[in-house]
Design a protein around this ligand. Structure first.
Ligand code: TRP
Ligand code: SF4
Length: 405
């Protein structure tokens, strides 16, 4: 029986891009590591999503999945705390995607910003596919199948979470309206017992008559605690709180991941497409060499030329890695030509080395045993499937398909 508390669930996905770099670590992964201790987390490799844009490179995916997940594991994403899995291992995502497609207006997909952008760049004609149009809806299915309350995403993905909320709302509106809803809800209140039932009614009135959102949250928490009511009744009472029908799919919120401040070696955002990355498992001597030769303030041609940290990408690395004293030493030394650029880079090289050494050591066991990584993903997939099946059974039943389960 489901006792899902959406407010405790987090889901996020990443396309299989292969080895990850410092930008991923300081942006997305450190956030995941924090969340995995606070929530019930589902983190997955979005291989079907990758197919929507890279259907021609499918044979590269398997390696990319494994290499990316080695990096997840090496930095401390913990399969004991979070379910780690590959999307295509959980076909329930696809079935929910299909079912949601029945109620999703074309216009909702056509107006998703990433789709519009692509249409304006018509030279990318090879993305004129059904799969690419539907990709935000697939993402909605990814999220709704786990009834996740929170979805950590970058700014570019917020519109997709918004679409997910609209789809959930529409689904609940269309399929949550059973005949006799109010009567069933009243009967469910009785099953809560006198005290809890009375409190529920008070909180509902406070919300409906005075718009008291705190009362709404309290009522939700109260329902979550109830041991005596069935899943169906809980959903009815969630819906009854807000006046509508049953809440079968819960609306998620995005947790905006601050974009990483990690600059690439040229000062632009660190990204594979700019060829300016430091990857997590790159040999340390190579990293040291890359930083030693990265550009600095062009005004500092000779050691005696003063410079300006604001014009130097190394300074941005100091912002991430150095303490106050070091930063002052840099500012002074740069502006007064008191230190050389190589000297200035030394603390950054040391800090990145210290950060990556344990990660690379941790990665070794997985590099030596990729089957271990596969088995972690299979196990995570089973765990995810258990939750996905529960949601899908209710969706099927709401849509009149349960006779064939
Ligand atoms: N679309 C996301 C990306 O391109 C990946 C993704 C797929 C995702 N499904 C998701 C992220 C669900 C969060 C939740 O980066
Ligand atoms: Fe950049 Fe440091 Fe050289 Fe100044 S001294 S230009 S901050 S590397």
């Amino acid at each position: 029986m489901s006792t899902v508390n959406s407010q405790q669930r987090v889901l996020s996905g990443m396309r299989p891009t292969g080895r990850l770099h410092l930008g991923h670590y300081h942006g997305v992964l450190q956030n995941w590591i924090k969340l995995q201790h606070e929530y019930e987390c589902f983190f997955f490799v979005a291989d079907w999503h990758a197919l929507t844009t890279h259907y021609g490179d499918a044979t590269l995916f398997e390696d990319n999945v494994i290499e990316m997940v080695i990096d997840w594991l090496a930095v401390g994403v913990n399969p004991g705390s979070a379910a780690l899995f590959v999307q295509s291992k959980v076909p329930e995502h696809a079935e929910l995607h299909l079912l949601l497609s029945m109620i999703t207006p074309m216009g909702w997909l056509e107006r998703v910003p990433s789709y519009k952008d692509q249409q304006q760049n018509l030279h990318e004609k090879e993305l004129d596919t059904y799969g690419f149009l539907g990709y935000p809806l697939l993402q909605a299915a990814d999220i709704l199948i786990y009834r996740a309350g929170y979805v950590p995403v970058g700014a570019d993905q917020v519109a997709h979470v918004e679409l997910t909320r609209e789809v959930a709302r529409r689904f609940n509106h269309v399929y949550g309206r059973e005949p006799g809803f109010e009567k069933n809800a009243e009967a469910a209140i009785k099953k809560m017992g006198k005290k809890a039932g009375r409190l529920y009614v008070q909180l509902r009135t406070a919300y409906q008559e005075q718009g008291d959102h705190e009362a709404l949250e309290k009522a939700r928490a109260l329902l979550q605690e109830q041991q005596n009511i069935s899943i169906g009744d809980r959903e009815r009472l969630f819906g009854y709180l807000e006046g509508g029908g049953k809440v079968i799919l819960s609306e998620p919120k995005s947790l905006l991941t601050e974009s990483s401040k990690m600059p690439g070696l040229d000062g632009q955002k660190m990204s594979k497409s700019y060829d300016n990355t430091i990857s997590l498992r790159e040999p340390l001597e190579q990293i040291s060499k890359k930083i030693s030769t990265m550009p600095t303030d062009p005004a500092r041609v000779r050691l005696t030329d003063p410079g300006d940290p604001a014009k130097c990408p190394v300074w941005q690395l100091h912002m991430t890695y150095s303490d106050q004293d070091t930063k002052e030493w840099v500012t002074q030394g740069c502006q007064n030509a008191g230190i050389g650029c190589l000297e200035c880079k030394k603390p950054v090289i040391d800090a990145i080395t210290a950060e990556l050494e344990p990660i690379q050591k941790e990665a070794e066991q997985f590099e030596n045993d990729r089957d271990l990584v596969r088995s972690i993903l299979l196990e995570g997939g089973e765990k995810a499937r258990g939750s996905a099946r529960e949601t899908l059974a209710e969706v099927r039943s709401a849509m009149g398909l349960s006779a064939w389960q």
